[in-house]
Design a protein around this ligand. Structure first.
Ligand code: PLP
Length: 427
């Protein structure tokens, strides 16, 4: 079930201090999860989690993860810059390429980052933009379906990522001529899975392939990058994946496939690391009864896109009413002129009164980060609930002048952009 460790009192206290809507992140939960993951893979020398920056690109959070020994998985110039300003460099950063602007290879190489190539054509781009390092990672796409037992876990044949096995062979030959000495293999074949056998099965496939490629190429095979994809229980009835058992499952596969050692494990978890450590906090501001009962809140899809985009479930609680019977059926909506702007559809909840504080759970990954500005709606603040129980604003809410700031040179926009006086247009 979702993470219920924070009491309603915490959300109410935060909402007294900061205007809603905002995402609240819990430092203790983030640290505990990083520690549990590191413990699960402590058997592996050279294990490292490269947190997927895109899941929660806030420096305050990235620095916490750095303190816990994590690195960062970056996929853009901006994410690389974030890594750099937070003090990550060298082996603490991995760049995952996909249709990248070539300059980003050069930027990553200047930072000393590991490079994860996505395609044969990337090799030439890397050679001419920053140069080819001695150790490299290649992303594998097995095609078809990825199944465990009878269950289809993913559809790599339709995914835009990675090399085919033949291309891996060809790529390694080319890379060897360019000075590469060792390689690792990366694959991301299933998203948000709570099946504990996903990582072990993926590790097995990568180890078998890596050993074969090492023999063929004469290069050393030194790591597997199991990437992201481990899921979290968004619904109350879903179980939490046992990360210790996952680590143990991967260890067994390693004992069978590479008893001589020499191959390390890397991960790039985003959702599993911070998803349960975030909540979107919002007030009920509108009530309407037509063919259904609607509660309008001051957050909208701009603050959390997953329900609108994927039909994703996010659990919702009403502060002070956790024990009350869920005897009302509501659609919980935002204010966008888009009918998919609903955080919940026909959801049984306790009776909601205007002014009630609603908590939307598990928004700590792919939540605020996916924000956008449709309808001129502005993204909300991010608040850290620190280990000592206090609150710290780690990103302010957007203001209208932020929205207008990119309309460079337009006189009307300049009139609207009151940066010089630093006075917000609205509020
Ligand atoms: C998105 C992404 C991740 C993280 O995925 P989660 O589902 O959040 O675990 C890791 N690696 C790469 C390359 C990604 O694109």
């Amino acid at each position: 079930m979702p993470n219920f460790t924070l009491k309603d009192e915490v959300f109410l206290r935060a909402a007294e201090q900061y205007p809603t809507p905002f995402h609240l992140y819990d430092e203790t939960t983030i640290r505990n999860r990083a520690r549990a993951l590191n413990k699960a893979f402590a058997w592996c020398e050279d294990f490292r989690e490269y947190f997927a920056v895109k899941a929660l690109p806030n420096p305050a959070v990235l620095r916490i993860l750095k303190e816990e020994g994590c690195g960062l998985d970056c996929s853009s110039a901006t994410e690389l810059k974030l890594a750099e300003v937070c003090g990550f460099s060298g082996d603490e950063v991995i760049l995952s390429a996909n249709a990248m602007p070539p300059e980003e290879f050069a930027q990553a190489r200047a930072l000393g980052a590991r490079i994860n190539l996505d395609d044969l054509t990337d090799i030439e781009l890397l050679r001419t933009h920053g140069g080819v390092p001695e150790s490299i990672c290649l992303r594998y796409n097995p095609g078809g379906h990825f199944s465990i037992g009878n269950t289809i876990m993913g559809n790599p044949g339709e995914a835009k990522y990675g090399f085919t096995p033949e291309q891996l062979r060809e790529g390694l030959e080319r890379l060897k001529m360019l000075g590469v000495r060792s390689f690792g293999l990366h694959a991301f074949l299933s998203s948000n899975t709570t099946d504990g056998s996903y990582y072990p099965e993926l590790a097995k496939a990568l180890l078998k392939l890596g050993k074969e490629l090492a023999v063929g190429s004469g290069l050393r095979f030194t790591f597997v990058d199991l990437s992201g994809g481990i899921g979290i229980p968004y619904r109350p009835e879903e179980p939490e994946i046992d990360i210790g058992a996952v680590g143990e499952g991967v260890r067994k596969v390693f004992e069978e496939e590479v008893p001589e050692g020499g191959v390390a494990v890397k991960t790039e978890l985003g959702r599993w690391m911070t998803g349960p450590a975030g909540w979107l906090v919002t007030h009920a501001v509108h009530e309407k009864k037509i063919y259904r009962d609607y509660i309008g809140v001051d957050a909208c899809a701009v603050h959390l896109m997953r329900p609108a985009m994927y039909g994703a479930y996010h659990h919702i609680t009403v502060c002070g009413k956790r024990e009350a019977p869920a005897d009302h059926i509501y659609d919980i909506t935002g204010s966008l002129c888009e009918n998919n702007d609903k955080f919940a559809i026909e959801r049984p909840l306790p009776e909601i009164r205007l002014g009630d504080l609603l908590v939307i759970h598990d928004t700590g990954a792919h939540g605020s980060a996916m924000g956008y500005n449709y309808n001129g709606r502005l993204r909300g603040a991010e608040i850290l609930h620190t280990a000592d129980g206090s609150f710290r604003m780690i990103r302010r809410a957007e203001r209208a002048e932020d929205y207008f700031a990119t309309l460079d040179g337009d006189p009307a926009a300049e009139a609207l952009c009151l940066k010089k006086t630093n006075k917000p247009v609205t509020e």
